[in-house]
Design a protein around this ligand. Structure first.
Ligand code: ADP
Ligand code: MG
Length: 251
């Protein structure tokens, strides 16, 4: 298979994401207070805000992993709660990569496809393509313990890629890496986004990550969207003091 054909084989159509007055309560404590938001297909959107503001909860709502108290979330035009988990077209990457220690890199990446009983040749093609994109081709027979932190994080991303999601959800995926590696992985993710063209929603409490990676930034404070805009827009025209302080001050 040619590289172009292989690239196409791992590329699902990007999907847009729409939140309409999405709310979430734990008990009688509401933590997401009616978020409405549209994310364009293919966009790299960063949710940024301080610890505890609701970033992970919001991401889990988009993935259909949290029951909502009110409102709705649509992925590619379909209500996420009305679609079977495997058909939602979302894949999540966490900061704790949770790789299977006893499996090789290949099998870690192939796992979800093996569970879904995909044909062997399809699994080999998709894993090989994900490994190429992530520069893991020479490491496919290794176990996670033989990899560096950055390589392990790339395997975790590879597991998402082989599922061909319309939307990638990243929950602070770089926060366990050292500063130098974080910079490298930012570039890696930018390249990945360019190459596979999927919609990406990236959650972080790190303003520098938001400013350098985002097409658009969503600033959250205590379960409320404070402002949405391109990085420079927010920097130059913050709507309020919170955004000004959060985006304007160094991390
Ligand atoms: P962030 O990811 O921005 O740090 P979270 O989404 O994890 O924030 O949490 C948002 C708020 O919801 C916090 O006040 C947190 O304590 C609360 N919360 C999150 N998950 C639960 C849960 N399972 N049960 C009760 N409260 C929760
Ligand atoms: Mg979180």
């Amino acid at each position: 298979m040619s590289t172009a054909a292989a690239a196409k084989a791992t590329r699902a159509a990007a999907g847009g994401v729409k939140l309409a007055d999405a709310r979430k309560s734990f008990g009688d404590h509401e933590v997401i207070h009616g978020v409405s938001l549209g994310i364009e297909p293919g966009e790299f959107c960063v949710f940024v805000g301080p610890s505890g503001c609701g970033k992970s909860t919001l991401l889990r709502m988009i993935a259909g992993l949290e029951t909502m108290s009110a409102g709705r979330v649509e992925i590619a035009g379909r209500d996420v709660t009305e679609v079977e988990p495997a058909q939602r077209g979302v894949a999540m990457v966490f900061q704790s990569y949770a790789l299977y220690p006893h499996l090789t890199v290949f099998d870690n990446m192939a796992f979800s496809l093996q569970i879904a009983r995909r044909p062997k040749v399809e699994i080999r093609t998709k894993v090989a393509e994900a490994a190429r994109i992530l520069r893991l081709t020479d490491h496919l027979t290794k176990r996670p313990s033989q990899l560096s932190g950055g390589q392990r994080q790339r395997v975790a991303i590879g597991r998402a890629i082989v599922r061909e999601p319309k939307v990638f959800l990243f929950d602070e995926p770089l926060s366990n890496l050292d500063a130098e590696l974080r910079v490298q992985m930012r570039l890696e993710l930018a390249r990945l986004h360019k190459e596979i063209g999927a919609t990406m929603i990236y959650v972080t409490h790190d303003q520098v990550e938001a400013m350098t990676m985002a097409d658009r930034i969503v600033v959250l404070e205590a379960g409320v969207v404070r402002q949405v805009g391109r990085p420079l827009e927010l920097y130059e025209n913050p709507d309020d003091r919170f955004v000004a302080g959060f985006i304007g001050s160094p991390a």
